[in-house]
Design a binder for this molecule. Structure first.
Ligand SMILES: [Fe+2]
Ligand SMILES: [Fe+2]
Length: 150
């Protein structure tokens, strides 16, 4: 059949996509958590998001500057990240027993899930087609060496 073997290497987009899945799962876990474990679920989600956005800020958004309209794209994504961060801070400060928690969480969930989709659609896909594959693999290695994630 002449089917090519799947590449053995993973690139920085693979890492970030895995993290997006982890974030989606952590959001779902928090949404389903009984009130007694909501605080732990929220802190776990906050840690995941912080590490992920830090890695994107250091490794990924600088690459987006090389895309057509990359400045505008990176700016729009950072605005969303800042909004998600602000809402997350409000959730952490309020705590799960606060009566605003559900409304704040609903808003936060909409912002973060929309952000993940837009990044995948508008940024990751373009980076895959426009940045040399080896460069994306090297960035994944750098992320591993610096223990930016895991
Ligand atoms: Fe992001
Ligand atoms: Fe992301």
């Amino acid at each position: 059949m002449g089917t090519a073997l799947a590449p053995a290497t993973i690139d920085v987009i693979d890492l970030l996509m895995d993290q997006h899945e982890e974030i989606r799962e952590a959001v779902a876990r928090l949404a389903a958590a009984p009130s007694a474990s909501r605080g732990d679920a929220l802190r776990a989600l906050a840690e995941l998001i912080e590490a992920h956005e830090d890695m994107e800020a250091r490794l990924l958004h600088p690459l987006a500057q090389r895309l057509p309209d990359g400045d505008a794209l990176a700016h729009a994504l950072v605005v969303e990240e800042n909004r998600a961060d602000e809402l997350l801070g409000q959730l952490l400060a309020a705590g799960p027993d606060d009566r605003r928690f559900s409304a704040l969480f609903a808003e936060f969930r909409g912002v973060i899930l929309g952000h993940l989709v837009r990044e995948e659609r508008d940024e990751f896909r373009q980076l895959r087609t426009r940045i040399p594959a080896q460069e994306l693999v090297d960035l994944a290695d750098r992320a591993g060496e610096n223990r930016i994630w895991l």
